[in-house]
Design a binder for this molecule. Structure first.
Ligand code: MD3
Ligand code: FE
Length: 204
């Protein structure tokens, strides 16, 4: 099976110093925008990943209202922190899109965390790529096709790697099967941080 059209893998995009700067930016952001544990719509089942965001919009979910973008943190009510310049530069370099990203979802994985196969449907700007940055422990990432059935392809994402999901890949099922604990020391407490840069609204 081949990877979907529009999938770009940029291993080692960020060097060690840049990875450390990004991790530091996340740690600083969490002073005002702490990681929180989202709940699945309807069932209220807690996710195994904890989350926060950078940018004017943040992706959140809870039992009552489900998946959506909001301007403020669900627990503190404060606006999300500004993204670090390294992420603004990354978007300019790889997204090939005429408007800035609006949300940077920050996912934290501990040794038990998983992210089931899903498609990201909550963005009106369907023509914009999603750009992903991996920091810390390695993870087994899985990507399939536009339907739940069918073959999947898996690859290991390591700290500093960037993935660009444009074109058909943007609408493909994907998830994280597991992380590989203790494979990086870039995140001081251990674990993995994933940043996803997203355009949410249609520009103009
Ligand atoms: C493929 N995050 O936040 S990043 C997510 O590692 C998400 O935390 C995973 O899936 C993580 O929604 C995977 C790579 C990624 C992100 C978005 C995609 C792959 C994607 C959207 C469409 C297809
Ligand atoms: Fe996703």
């Amino acid at each position: 099976m081949s990877l979907p059209d529009g999938f770009r893998f940029l291993p080692g995009y960020f060097d060690r110093a840049q990875q450390d700067a990004l991790v530091q930016a996340v740690i600083e952001a969490t002073e005002n925008a702490p990681f929180y544990r989202p709940a699945m719509p309807r069932t209220g089942q807690p996710m195994s990943v904890t989350m926060t965001n950078f940018g004017p919009l943040g992706w959140i979910t809870d039992k009552e209202k489900g998946y959506r973008y909001e301007r403020v943190h669900p627990e503190t009510g404060a606006t999300w922190p500004e993204p670090p310049d390294l992420l603004t530069q990354l978007w300019a370099d790889v997204a090939d899109y005429p408007a800035p990203f609006e949300a940077c979802l920050v996912n934290y994985y501990d040794a038990q965390s998983r992210l089931g196969l899903h498609v990201d449907w909550d963005e009106a700007a369907t023509d914009a790529a999603v750009v992903s940055v991996s920091l810390g422990d390695k993870a087994r990432f899985r990507i399939g096709g536009p339907t739940r059935k069918g073959k999947t392809h898996s690859l290991v994402l390591a700290s500093g790697d960037v993935v660009v999901l444009g074109g058909e890949a943007r609408r493909c099922y994907h998830g994280v099967d597991r992380i590989h604990p203790g494979t990086s020391t870039r995140v001081p407490q251990g674990g993995r941080i994933n940043l996803t840069l997203r355009r949410v609204t249609v520009p103009g």
